[in-house]
Design a binder for this molecule. Structure first.
Ligand SMILES: C[S@@+](CC[C@H](N)C(=O)[O-])C[C@H]1O[C@@H](n2cnc3c(N)ncnc32)[C@H](O)[C@@H]1O
Length: 298
């Protein structure tokens, strides 16, 4: 990895780093620190963040000197750190879970970089800032949002150069999606029953037993949402991954006062607001993963 050797922390022993890493709790993003230590083995309910990065990296300039980055729902900071290692001037990572922000701070320190950490919800963050960013990272978050179109529309306005999007998708994936890539757009006459008809499923509690999931697009709906936000799709290197750039700038309306609803599921965390990670919410997912029932995430 770029600049890895220079960034390696020499002052702490591997044992000291391991102790601190474990004290920070369960890690969702699995990746390797410069000292060789890994935050996890890539198995669910965590995942291999380096594998996801391989789909995105070819679309990230190797020199980001002077550029600004927003990493919404940035978790333990793996993607933000990659951008900083490429010279990004400022990288803002937003996440409502305090535990993940603590992990991000620690991880960034291991790589010798600093992140601008913001403890907020994606909706309220995007609705309260007029800041725009050269690069926006929007990975693994769309389906966790109750108002995904609202956030995506804001992100389209906030993106100056390029946005990296990943969302789980449900339903039919066209076999030839890699050759035909993103330009699989259903004909106007396509029927609702056709697997290519764009659909956004309101999953409530039915996806991965994860109470923080709300909406899941199918293959064509994810692209339709991206296009409708005024973004041009440059590439779709994986059915779940879209690389896009601003095409049509719709602008923004700044209101003096905006009242945003609090939302939750029965017995679930209430958003927006700072969250403390509740392992019990993921118990069923962890159990299923142990039994080998879960799909492999990218
Ligand atoms: C599936 S993980 C993806 C993490 C990271 N972006 C990645 O791709 O590895 C979802 C992340 O979004 C955060 N998240 C969940 N709900 C959120 C919300 N309403 N606003 C902002 N972030 C949220 C979670 O805390 C978690 O870090």
């Amino acid at each position: 990895m770029f600049k890895l050797a220079r960034a390696t922390q020499k002052t702490q022993t591997q044992d000291e780093v391991a102790k601190q890493m474990h004290a920070l709790g369960w890690w969702y993003q699995h990746f390797q620190f410069p000292n060789g230590l890994r935050t996890g083995n890539g198995k669910e309910p965590g995942y291999d963040a380096e594998a996801r990065w391989k789909f995105i990296e070819p679309y990230v300039p190797s020199d980001l000197t002077g550029k600004t980055v927003l990493d919404l729902g940035g978790n333990a900071g793996f993607f933000s750190i990659q951008m900083k290692l490429r010279g990004a001037k400022k990288c803002t990572l937003v996440d409502p879970f305090l535990e993940f922000l603590k992990q991000a701070k620690f991880a960034a320190g291991q790589f010798g970089v600093k992140l601008n950490l913001v403890n907020d919800d994606a909706h309220t963050y995007c609705l309260q800032t007029e800041e725009r960013f050269d690069y926006v990272i929007f990975l693994g978050l769309l389906y966790h949002l109750k108002y995904p179109g609202l956030v995506l529309d804001r992100l389209a306005e906030m993106t100056k150069e390029r946005i990296f999007i990943q969302s789980d998708v449900v339903g039919h994936i066209p076999k030839d999606h890699l050759e035909k890539s993103y330009y699989i757009v259903p004909n106007e006459g396509v029927s609702l029953e056709d697997p290519l008809f764009p659909k956004l499923s309101f999953v409530e509690n039915l996806y991965n037993s994860d109470p923080t999931n709300w909406w899941l697009p199918n293959f064509t709906a994810l692209a339709a949402m991206v296009r409708s936000a005024g973004l041009k799709i440059l590439s779709r290197p994986h059915p779940q991954v879209i690389i896009a750039e601003p095409e049509r700038y719709f602008g923004k309306v700044v209101l003096k006062k905006l009242v945003f609803p609090r939302y939750a599921k029965k017995d679930g965390a209430v958003f927006p607001g700072p969250q403390v990670y509740d392992r019990s919410l993921w118990q069923d997912l962890i159990r299923r993963a142990r039994q080998g029932e879960s799909d492999e995430p990218i």
